[in-house]
Design a protein around this ligand. Structure first.
Ligand code: C2E
Ligand code: CA
Ligand code: CA
Ligand code: CA
Length: 276
């Protein structure tokens, strides 16, 4: 047993060691990701119940020559911890507005551009300034911005953030509550923050076809959101059955692989030209 547990110990420490090296490698590579043009954006369409284009969500991608493709779920927390997120966040906001305003002018079409902003990003002092700079830079009759936030941040900061919410409203920027239902403070957030849109988390959508309880929860979320005057979007919609159920329950907006995966700007142009 002693030997076995010793082997176990060696095995674990080696794995942890490798993870550590990997993390340091990621951190170092991330330092140069912007200048090396490794950070790109893709856009996932959001549709209304008539399957017309409502908007797009900008999703960041990082492709490093040595490390390969690294998920934003991995590198964004690292960017936040190492102080790189303000720069990467500003880049994302700027690039997304540049891309989409160009496309909107070209197609003479207005639709929403939804940008993810992490909790830490949002509470940075210069976040709102950076947003306003971009809004001024890409001001156009077509531009219509939504900022997606998650509930985690607001547990303690709501009062302090109130002036920012007010200023966002003045700039006609909408606020979307992402991953709704997965956090700790969902309901108090709805009470205290001027949310325009509720995004029902994919984990609730996944089983609505087979699970009565999940169906009931989604129905309640839709009803509550609408009663509060919010637009309700279902994310991670993958099947026609899910769409049918959600439509019957009055869901306003749909996003997911059933309609489209996240697309490059060129592919988005094609998608808008030939909707599903
Ligand atoms: P999220 O904001 O909840 O984004 C939804 C994620 O689900 C995206 O993954 C998207 O590609 C994926 N998805 C969409 N539809 C479907 C579907 O039908 N089926 C499945 N299986 N997946 C679907 P992605 O792009 O890997 O992003 C993961 C997370 O990383 C995002 O979750 C968001 O929290 C964060 N993130 C992505 N881009 C940004 C960004 O520009 N800024 C910040 N701060 N966070 C970002
Ligand atoms: Ca999102
Ligand atoms: Ca989400
Ligand atoms: Ca998420």
């Amino acid at each position: 047993i002693a030997k076995k547990s010793k082997n176990c110990y060696v095995f674990f420490s080696k794995r942890i060691h490798l993870q550590l090296i990997k993390k340091i490698e990621i951190e170092q590579a991330l330092q140069n990701a912007l200048v090396k043009n490794e950070i790109t954006l893709v856009y996932q369409p959001q549709l209304n119940a008539q399957h017309e284009l409502y908007g797009v969500e900008a999703l960041v991608r990082w492709n490093n020559e040595k490390l390969g493709i690294i998920s934003p779920e991995i590198f964004i927390p690292i960017a936040e911890k190492t102080g790189l997120m303000p720069a990467i966040g500003a880049y994302i906001m700027n690039k997304a507005m540049a891309d989409i305003s160009t496309l909107q002018y070209k197609m003479k079409k207005s639709f929403k551009l939804s940008i993810n902003v992490s909790a830490r990003q949002f509470v940075q002092l210069n976040f709102f300034e950076a947003l306003c700079d971009c809004l001024n830079c890409y001001k156009s009759p077509y531009m219509d911005i939504t900022i997606e936030i998650t509930e985690s941040l607001f547990i303690e900061n709501v009062q302090r953030l109130r002036p920012i919410f007010k200023k966002m409203k003045e700039q006609n920027v909408s606020l979307s509550l992402d991953d709704f239902g997965t956090g700790y403070s969902s309901l108090s957030m709805l009470k205290n923050v001027p949310i325009d849109e509720l995004k029902i988390d994919k984990s609730f959508i996944d089983f609505i076809t087979d699970n009565k309880n999940d169906r009931a929860m989604v129905e309640s979320i839709i009803t509550m959101g609408k009663n509060l005057g919010m637009t309700v979007l279902a994310e991670g919609v993958e099947t026609e059955k899910q769409v049918t159920i959600l439509k019957n329950k009055g869901c306003d907006l749909y996003q997911g692989y059933y309609f489209s995966k996240p697309l490059t700007l060129d592919a988005l142009e094609v998608f808008i030209g030939n909707p599903r």
